[in-house]
Design a protein around this ligand. Structure first.
Ligand SMILES: [Zn+2]
Length: 283
């Protein structure tokens, strides 16, 4: 409709302008435009403003499209298909998107714990954990017993990536203590099972290694179950542990044990033993 209005210059105006001087055409023509032309120009201006707004909106959408695809809280935009069809030839926008994504990744790559305190994180997750509210898509009513091996294979990202894979700003590091604490139970000190958090097995392995290293470095506390120790376990007063005291009744000629003097050895067996060890006996 806009094109038809734009392509309807009245014939009378051309005839009138041919009579006028050429210098007047270079000046502002608005006072000389007839009523119909004013309407056409007005509609044209509106169409230009509308198209400019559409272009800027599509640019903003393309700019954050990579993040929107991987994060959960974003609602699907029905205009995306229309915008990509109308303004699909936006190669420079994609290049800027890649540059912008690379800059944000580099920004948190060195100090990944800064993202946990940023406004961007608070706006996205609030005060809840990263994995809160995540639900994996699966067939049937029973969820799978294991999480998937990995969410990203080369350039391919699965449709519903895990809470760590879906946000490129979340980087597992042993110094990223606030992130690691979200995967540790505050009551038992145990690392949450991946079936609860939904983290894929590849990221869970990194997570366990980071938690172990953080505990080794003293960044995370060890939580050991409480046991009431009894003093008997560490005393040396037990008969099997303590020193044997000498018997007070022991005289100089008495044997150590009473039964030792009461034994009368068999002469036949003593003779056999003496015969065997004859070469080693002095007498
Ligand atoms: Zn994953």
């Amino acid at each position: 409709m806009l094109l038809t209005v734009y392509c309807q210059p009245p014939v009378n105006r051309q005839e009138e302008e041919e009579e006028e001087e050429e210098e007047e055409e270079d000046d502002d023509l608005s006072p000389y435009i007839p009523c119909e032309d004013k309407m056409a120009a007005y509609v044209l201006n509106i169409s230009r403003i509308f198209s400019r707004e559409l272009i800027s909106a599509s640019f903003q959408f393309h700019r954050y499209r990579s993040c929107l695809q991987r994060l959960p809280a974003v609602k699907p935009n029905p205009l995306s298909a229309l915008l990509t069809q109308q303004f699909g030839s936006s190669a420079p926008c994609w290049q800027e998107v890649e540059v912008h994504a690379a800059q944000t990744a580099d920004r948190y790559k060195q100090t990944p714990w800064v993202y946990l305190d940023s406004e961007e994180y608070v706006e996205r997750y609030g005060s809840s954990a990263v994995w809160a509210g995540y639900r994996r898509n699966h067939k049937g009513g029973i969820p799978p017993q294991k999480t998937r091996k990995t969410c990203i294979r080369g350039d391919k990202i699965c449709g519903n990536p895990c809470p760590i894979c879906r946000d490129p700003n979340i980087i597992i590091n042993h110094q990223n203590v606030k992130l690691l604490q979200q995967f540790i139970s505050p009551h038992s000190g145990m690392v949450y099972d991946p079936t609860l958090t939904g983290v894929c097995m590849k990221q869970q392995k990194k997570l366990n290694e980071a938690i172990d290293k953080a505990r080794d470095d003293g960044l995370l506390p060890f939580q050991i179950p409480h046991v009431d120790f009894s003093g008997e376990d560490y005393s040396n007063t037990h008969d099997a542990v303590g020193l044997t005291s000498p018997p007070p009744f022991l005289g100089p000629s008495e044997p150590w044990y009473k039964w030792y003097g009461e034994i009368t050895p068999d002469d036949k067996k003593v003779g056999q033993v003496k015969k065997i060890y004859k070469a080693y006996l002095k007498h």
